[in-house]
Design a protein around this ligand. Structure first.
Ligand code: GLT
Ligand code: MN
Ligand code: MN
Length: 390
């Protein structure tokens, strides 16, 4: 049965293979669900309405598999993609699971490990290129520390830069047409992870070499932003304004806890609404990617309900975003907030003459402070719209 909240291909919803394959293993308990075959996983995601899937090298090809097995799996994956009409949108490299990465990959103090990490990453990029991935995500889960004395933070960032520049050049050299999206996270699995927020990554990108810089951007994740107690709408807004939002991981999270990866929409509906509103009202031609985990309590078939729920909640909020834009009272309140004056506005652009004119201008701050903003009404209207009574 289809309704207004049935996904279409051009909605471009995607999901990570690691999400639906998550068996429930965590620090206090082992798997609660049987392993999910990656090819079945790709088919399953297509059936619940995904346009694409995202994967780590090791999600598809088991770690250390010989080349013949890799090629065979790629063949089967391509056949499944063709049959089901699903694409590969994003590839990433697992540089956190194997014990070799226990103290970091690209920022390890051991040059042999940094070299091995680059080799593994290049192979992951090749794999993604073969399947058509447009984005290479770099989540440096192990790039951090618990023992502050163990790493010089300046040296670690230099090493990180060397690694990102190397991989950026590799992508350009091969004409893979891929862009790199770096994913920040404040902590977990490390006590502290380098490049903890969107702002850290934007600052880091500004220091990259000029050849690679245009193809490197950010992959914010709602959960990671909320773990740090930040405002995700503002993080996304700044990345968008900088032209650096290359991917984003949608999910839900209670603030300042471990990475919960809850179903999109299941926490903080208002912030989630403004995320959807921002994406829908801006230039955004990327995918709508979910990075979520089933509950440990879910049975094997319920992992598909997780993805269905994410998609449906996004589409419901998108419909609410349209209503917000069409709501006469809300729009009138928003318009009234903007005070414009062409002559004064022109003075705000720097020039020595404008500086002189501004210094001489007379203002009445008490009068300016008296303006009524109507924020009680505005926020109440947003609540009523989201609660479905408007
Ligand atoms: C891991 C992490 C995610 C990253 C994935 C990509 S793996 O599940 O928690 O946020 O996006 O490496
Ligand atoms: Mn993520
Ligand atoms: Mn997460």
């Amino acid at each position: 049965m289809s309704d207004a909240y049935t996904p279409r291909r051009d909605d471009r919803f995607t999901c990570g293979l690691w999400c639906t394959a998550y068996g429930g293993r965590e620090v206090f308990g082992r798997e609660v669900r049987p392993a999910l075959d990656p090819i079945e996983n790709i088919r399953g995601l297509a059936k619940v309405g995904c346009y694409g899937f995202n994967f780590h090298d090791d999600d598809l090809v088991p770690f250390g598999a010989p080349l013949s097995e890799r090629d065979e799996i790629v063949k089967r994956a391509k056949a499944a993609m063709r049959d089901e009409g699903i694409v590969n949108a994003m590839v990433t490299c697992n540089m956190f699971e194997h014990p070799v990465f226990k103290d970091g990959a690209l920022t390890s103090n051991d040059v042999r490990i940094r070299a091995y990490a680059l080799q593994k990453a290049m192979r992951a990029i090749d794999l993604g290129a073969e399947l058509g991935a447009k984005v290479y995500v770099m989540w440096g889960g192990r790039e951090g520390l618990e023992v502050e004395a163990s790493k010089d933070p300046r040296e670690s960032i230099k090493r990180y830069r060397e690694g990102v520049e190397f991989l950026g050049h590799y992508i350009l050299e091969n004409n893979y047409g891929m862009r790199v999206a770096m994913e920040p996270k404040p902590n977990e699995p490390r006590g502290d992870i380098f490049l903890a927020s969107v702002g850290h990554i934007l600052g880091f990108i500004a220091t990259l070499d000029r050849t690679v810089q245009p193809i490197v951007g950010v992959n914010p994740e709602i959960q990671h932003s909320r773990m740090a107690g930040l405002n995700t709408v503002h993080e996304l807004g700044q990345a968008l304004e900088a032209g650096k939002l290359f991917h984003l991981d949608l999910g839900a999270q209670k603030p300042t806890r471990y990475d919960q990866d809850l179903r999109f929409g299941s926490e903080d509906m208002k912030e989630t609404f403004f995320i959807v509103h921002l994406l829908e009202s801006t230039w955004w031609d990327g995918t709508r990617a979910f990075d979520v985990k089933p509950y440990r309590q879910d049975s094997a078939d319920e992992v598909w309900d997780l993805v269905r729920g994410c998609i449906r909640s996004y589409l419901i909020l998108r419909e609410r975003a349209k209503r917000f834009d069409a709501d006469a009272e809300i729009q009138q309140l928003l318009q009234a907030l903007q005070v414009t004056d062409g002559e004064l506005g022109a003075l705000l652009k720097w020039s020595p003459q404008n500086a002189k004119a501004l210094k001489e201008r007379r203002f009445d701050p008490d009068d300016l402070a008296r303006r009524r903003l109507n924020y009680q009404r505005l926020d109440q209207l947003v609540f009523e719209l989201l609660a479905g009574v408007r």
